[in-house]
Design a protein around this ligand. Structure first.
Ligand code: GDP
Ligand code: MG
Length: 430
């Protein structure tokens, strides 16, 4: 995928003894290939590679910065520019109009947004203006019920304009999200309807939802919707899939705005506030410490975990126990780990495959450990492992696996600290 191809390109650069014209040209070729494979628009790829090449060869590295770090920094900056500007999400009174074709993920994202704003302490409501898709109201109502957000709609009414007018008259919430219909294709009456809804709602934001699987058609969709209602933010869904994402990402340029959120899964928690810097850092394997910190903070607020101690390597089994509880709330481990700086190395896949049931098992095993063992896992020897396994009704192998997992987590957190320092060091130089 795009991330691993970009990382490969940078790793190759890191292996070079000198950063000369040939090295830069090779890097640019690798970047081009990676971006084109990910469906990024050809024109944009050519522009980007021209700029990177020119800057890498013309600009002198600042004092104390190696040529390698300098080139890395340029690649980073240009990729950040490619995904558009950062779109601020305000927590004030607002009406958000959702635009996009059917199947792009508007309804799912509407519910995710409702949850997002609600968790930020806002009063939120949703209006279902989709009169096209059968069962549209039930779909969004069910999702809204899950997050305890009121949902206005009328499945027997065929006039979306009327529903929206009535909904707005009734709802008093601070944030109102209007889920609209989509079609399989861009049709004139679909466009007319969204223009009308934009006028009726006097929407604060018009966010376009694009499927990451879209290739070059993404640009046409973006252009048409932007012409109609002036899109001021893009949400890219299904970034968790095998999709390349580059088509949707490069379509953002058509709107002159940026990506507001990305959807990372089918469940209502799988929404990520998009920050171009964080995203590109992560894509390049520099890790996204900011997002991780926010995510960790959110989930450990009630858990009493000492993050600083964890980062400084004082990570015991007891910490891991609390952490497993927190991680349960943080969402799929895969996503959480994708935010860690990997420093070019890939995490063992077992780390990503810890399922909820396995975590449950781990907790049972840890319940059979003594306080000494939890605080200082180095005391765990063969006879202790045997006793623990017996106490927990687990296999020896399972206890060993838990210890292995613990050691890996400990290393990961240590690496996180190192990565953070490395990144800070790099940033400070510029
Ligand atoms: P709409 O027609 O634009 O309202 O699209 P829906 O919200 O109904 O979504 C269409 C399909 O895409 C549904 O099966 C959703 O579960 C799925 N979907 C939406 N967002 C995501 C996402 O971020 N990741 C994944 N994997 N599936 C998604
Ligand atoms: Mg829908």
């Amino acid at each position: 995928n795009l991330g691993s191809n970009l990382k490969d390109a940078l790793r190759k650069l890191a292996g070079k003894t000198v950063i000369d014209r040939a090295a830069v040209e090779e890097l640019v070729k690798d970047l081009q290939r990676a971006l084109l494979q990910a469906d990024v628009n050809v024109k944009q790829v050519m522009q980007l590679s021209q700029t990177i090449k020119k800057r890498a060869l013309d600009e002198q590295p600042p004092k104390g910065v190696t040529a390698r770090e300098h080139v890395l920094r340029i690649v980073y900056e240009e990729l950040v520019a490619l995904v558009g500007q950062k779109v601020e999400v305000t927590l004030g009174k607002q009406i958000i109009l959702m635009a996009g074709l059917q199947g792009s993920g508007k309804t799912t994202t509407t519910a995710k947004l409702a949850r997002f704003f609600k968790r930020k302490g806002m009063r939120v409501a949703v209006i279902c203006a989709d009169t096209f898709r059968p069962g549209a109201y039930t779909q969004i109502k069910t999702l809204c019920d899950k997050v305890h957000v009121p949902c206005y709609g009328d499945p027997s009414e065929h006039d979306a304009r009327k529903i929206v007018r009535e909904g707005l008259a009734q709802l008093k919430e601070e944030v109102i999200i209007v889920d609209t219909q989509g079609r399989h294709a861009l049709e004139d009456d679909l466009i007319t309807e969204i223009i009308d809804l934009n006028e009726i709602t006097k929407a604060t934001h018009r966010w376009l939802v694009l499927d990451a699987a879209l290739g070059q058609q993404a640009r046409e969709q973006a252009r048409r919707f932007h012409e109609a209602v002036s899109i001021d933010g893009v949400i890219i869904t299904k970034m968790d899939g095998t999709a390349k994402g580059g088509g949707a990402m490069s379509a953002v340029a058509e709107t002159g705005s940026g990506i507001v959120f990305i959807g990372q899964g089918e469940t209502i928690e799988d929404l990520e506030w998009f920050d171009p810097n964080s995203y590109i850092s992560r894509l390049l394997g520099m890790g996204d410490l900011k997002a991780l910190a926010e995510r960790v903070q959110e989930s450990i607020d009630e858990q009493d975990i000492d993050v600083n101690a964890m980062l400084s390597g004082k990570f015991t089994l007891r910490d891991m126990y609390r952490q497993l509880e927190a991680v349960n709330k943080m969402g799929p481990l895969k996503q959480v780990l994708s935010m860690l700086p990997l420093g070019g190395m890939d995490l063992p896949t077992e780390a990503l495959d810890v399922t909820a049931s396995k975590m449950g098992k781990y907790r049972v095993i840890m319940d059979s450990m003594t306080a000494t063992e939890l605080d200082d896992p180095t005391v765990l020897n063969g006879s202790r492992i045997q006793r623990i396994a017996q106490g927990a009704g687990a296999q020896l192998e399972e206890v060993r696996e838990l210890i292995k997992y613990y050691k890996m987590m400990k290393r990961t957190f240590k690496g996180l600290k190192g990565g953070e320092k490395g990144m800070q060091r790099l940033m400070k130089k510029f």
